[in-house]
Design a protein around this ligand. Structure first.
Ligand SMILES: C[S@@+](CC[C@H](N)C(=O)[O-])C[C@H]1O[C@@H](n2cnc3c(N)ncnc32)[C@H](O)[C@@H]1O
Length: 267
């Protein structure tokens, strides 16, 4: 794994991230994402895992929310800093599996399948455990992620065209290991001038049922699952989901006084 670190994806793609994602179906829903998150953010602080170039954080700040971020890539965050209001968002640099940030948040969120950037199940569970510790008692954790579809791969691989121009093409070259639920991928840009640029991505995916179980292990339960940011119903046909988790309330301790009162009544 030494050739691929937590910062690799962001550092390699930062200069073109906003341009690439402006063509992505995910960014068509940026406004809906912001509306959804603002509607459940509560009045306290908000934390984004993998804040990147501020696609979601900046409009949330514009709505008056106090947003914090964690990211491994300084180059991605530099892009956010260069945008209006971007230098006012506090960002902690590091692996978001550690959630190394002080205080509690009424909303913690991770969008665009960024949770799958944690490359082992252990790291994903650790992340959820730390998230739970940083939620206020009524706080929520929101995740947007794709629903895994192993049938996309033929004998463990896939090559697809992302963009085909007259003097430039972008391809997606992917290997899939179902035993570890891992994907090694690169977006490859080939141009007429002879330049070749690689943007590597590695993911460890998990389906909704596994995510719910990992959340349970971390002391959270599913409050709601939608098929999209406009609260579309989630169904077997959904290709992605927006899942809202809340803390499982600790069982109220048995009160000795009430116990003895009912004991007395039975006598
Ligand atoms: C796909 S981008 C999403 C950025 C932004 N949330 C958005 O929706 O546009 C993923 C971001 O997560 C960051 N990231 C990936 N793995 C990370 C990790 N383990 N710890 C912290 N940041 C990570 C990347 O540097 C990048 O900025």
């Amino acid at each position: 794994m030494a050739d691929y670190e937590h910062s690799t994806y962001g550092d390699r793609i930062a200069s073109v991230y906003d341009q690439f994602t402006s063509h992505s179906p995910v960014t068509r829903f940026t406004d809906a994402t912001v509306e959804f998150l603002a509607s459940i953010a509560g009045k306290r602080r908000v934390l984004e895992l993998g804040i990147g170039t501020g696609r979601i954080a900046l409009p949330l700040v514009a709505k008056g929310l106090k947003v914090f971020g964690i990211d491994a890539s300084e180059k991605m965050v530099e892009k956010m800093r260069a945008k209006p209001g971007g230098d006012a968002i506090p960002v902690v640099f590091g692996n978001f599996a550690d959630v190394k940030i002080g205080g509690q948040f009424s909303l913690i969120y991770v969008v665009f399948s960024t949770f799958f950037a944690l490359l082992t199940q252990e790291e994903q569970v650790q992340c959820l455990q730390r998230v739970a510790r940083h939620l206020t008692p009524e706080g929520t954790f929101v995740m947007e992620a794709f629903v895994p579809d192993p049938s996309r791969f033929d004998r463990g691989q896939r090559v697809g065209a992302l963009d085909v121009g007259t003097d430039r093409v972008r391809l997606e070259v992917t290997q899939h290991d179902p035993s570890t639920q891992s994907i090694r991928s690169a977006h490859v840009e080939l141009s007429e001038s002879g330049s070749i640029v690689l943007y590597p991505v590695r993911l460890r995916y998990a389906g909704p049922a596994e995510l719910d179980l990992m959340a349970r292990l971390a002391g959270m339960r599913l409050r709601a699952r939608y098929g999209g940011w406009n609260r579309e119903p989630f169904s077997a046909a959904s290709q992605s989901h927006v899942s809202v988790y809340e803390l499982i309330a600790a069982p109220a301790p048995k009160s000795p006084a009430r116990k003895s009162a009912s004991h007395r009544r039975r006598k």
